[in-house]
Structure formats: C-alpha cells, structure tokens
Design a protein around this ligand. Sequence first.
Ligand code: FAD
Length: 272
Amino acid sequence: MAPLSIEFFPPKTPDGTTKLRAARRELYALAPEFCSVTYGAGGSTQQGTLDAVREILAEGIDAAPHFSCIGASKASVRAQLEAFEAMGVERVVALRGDLPSGHASFGEFRYASELVAFIRAETGARFRIHVGCYPETHPQARSPQADLEAFAAKAKAGADVALTQFFYNADAYFRFVDEASRRGVNIPIVPGVMPITNSAQLLRFADANGSEVPRWIRLRLQSFGDDTASIRAFGIDIVGAMCERLARGGAPGFHFYSMNQSASVLAICRRP
Ligand code: FAD
C-alpha cells in the first residue's frame, strides 16, 4: 500500500479526546507514516494541537503539528519552533492560515513561503517541512498560474513535501502535478483525501476551501437524504476508486482528512 498520513483536529471536549484516542488506535493498524494535527489560525487551538501531538508521539507514531503564521511575529515563530524541538517533533505542516474574523493584521509573515524560508533559516534541516497546495486553485489566488507560482515558491524556500487540499477530480491533480513539474517543482505532491460521511458538512467544507464536489456526486448525495449508511457506502466506493486511479497514475501516497473518525478511512484503505 502507498505510504499514508492521517490528519486529526484537536478535540474540544474530554469526550472528543476519548473518541479520538479510540479512532487513532484503530487507524494505527494502517501503519501511517505520520499523523498530523491541525492548528487554529490565531492560535485558538494551539494548546490542543500540542497536546494531541504529544500523545501521538508517546504512542510511538511520528506526529506533525500544523502551524500557521498569520498574525505571528518572528519571535513567536522562533519560540514555537523551540517548543516543537523540545517535544521531539521532527516534521511540521507549515501554512499561512486564514485571518480569524476580528483580526486585521497579517503579522510579520504574509505568505507560507516566507514561513518556510524562515524555518529553514532558523533551524536548517532540523524539521521535515510539509506545505499545502491546491490542485483546484486556492480560493484567494489571483489566477491558477499565480497559485502555481506561489506553490513553486514554497518548494524553492525549502519545503520537503506538499499535501493537497481535498478534491474529487483526479484529472485536476494530475494536471497540477504536471504543471508544477514544468515549473521545476520536484517534491512529492501527496493527494489530500476527504472521506464522504456527511453531505451537509462536505458541501460546507468544499465551499469554504475551494474544492469542487462534482454535480453527479452532489445529486447522488441529495438523493440519499438522511440515509447515512448509503452516503458512507457511496463515499467509500467513489473515494476508494479515485485513490486507486491516483495510485496507478503515480501519486506518492495519501494524506487522509480523517475528521477524527476511523471507519471510512479504514474502509477506503481496505477496499478490495
Ligand atoms: P499560501 O501558500 O501563503 O497561499 C495563500 C494565498 O496567497 C494563495 O491564494 C496563494 O496563491 C497566494 N500567494 C502566495 N504567495 C504569494 C505571493 N508571493 N504573491 C501573491 N500571492 C501569493 N488552515 C489552518 O488554519 N489550520 C490548519 O491546520 C490547516 N491545515 C491545512 C492542511 C492542508 C494540507 C491544507 C492544504 C490547508 C490547511 N489549512 C489550514 C488551510 C490554509 O491555512 C488555507 O488554505 C490558507 O488560506 C492558505 O494557506 P497556505 O499555507 O496554502 O498559504
């Protein structure tokens, strides 16, 4: 099986923490290369991110905190990197993040490429740096070409691996990989995979992140109404088929957006 990584978000309640521990135990059967934990822009879940990363490392699995630079200063990023190093963190997912409502200032970093360059300048080869990229174009990009240039700048600044935003269109991924390669980007571009378990949530995330849910999938999801079993079964089938196609086309691995749930990720990876 292709190498895989699994993304979690920091739980907000003790019950969520217990459920996440159980989900992780099940997902470790897939032998993930690492697990990553998201980070709220503006630091809203910073402690939760660190707590979850610490637990995962203690469970013997490599863990990567996501880390957004929006609103941050060089001094605060430096302090954060020192904290990661003290915890034994060896990889980070370096992002710009989005401005939380009510915040007006970008801070000392405007783009993720500047964060990547800063991490490299400050810590050399200490961390393996993952960055985000967008086969269907980041929603705020001036153009697809400008977004590809922005991605190439992150690779040039020292990123080791890219994790894509989720998508349901394998052709967009293959074209993106080709176009990045033509711009001299030669780091692995790992597809981000979002299992389908809940129609309303999926459509909300897709709209917020600029991911397209094709019409035929939207119509099928609508037709299932509240029948969650059918939604899950359909999701496992089409997402599993897309992963097979991506793997056949040379995808170097998969990054699963688990939403802290194990069942669909396990079913997709174990699909016959
Ligand atoms: P950048 O690479 O800086 O790009 C942001 C925008 O700026 C793009 O439109 C790009 O085209 C443009 N741009 C970049 N450089 C330039 C330049 N030099 N000139 C002009 N335009 C430029 N968000 C969170 O808050 N927490 C998380 O934990 C988190 N995890 C994520 C994990 C993955 C795998 C991905 C793909 C996204 C994640 N996000 C997360 C979302 C991410 O923070 C947002 O998509 C954010 O809007 C962009 O972050 P970025 O690092 O891709 O930014």
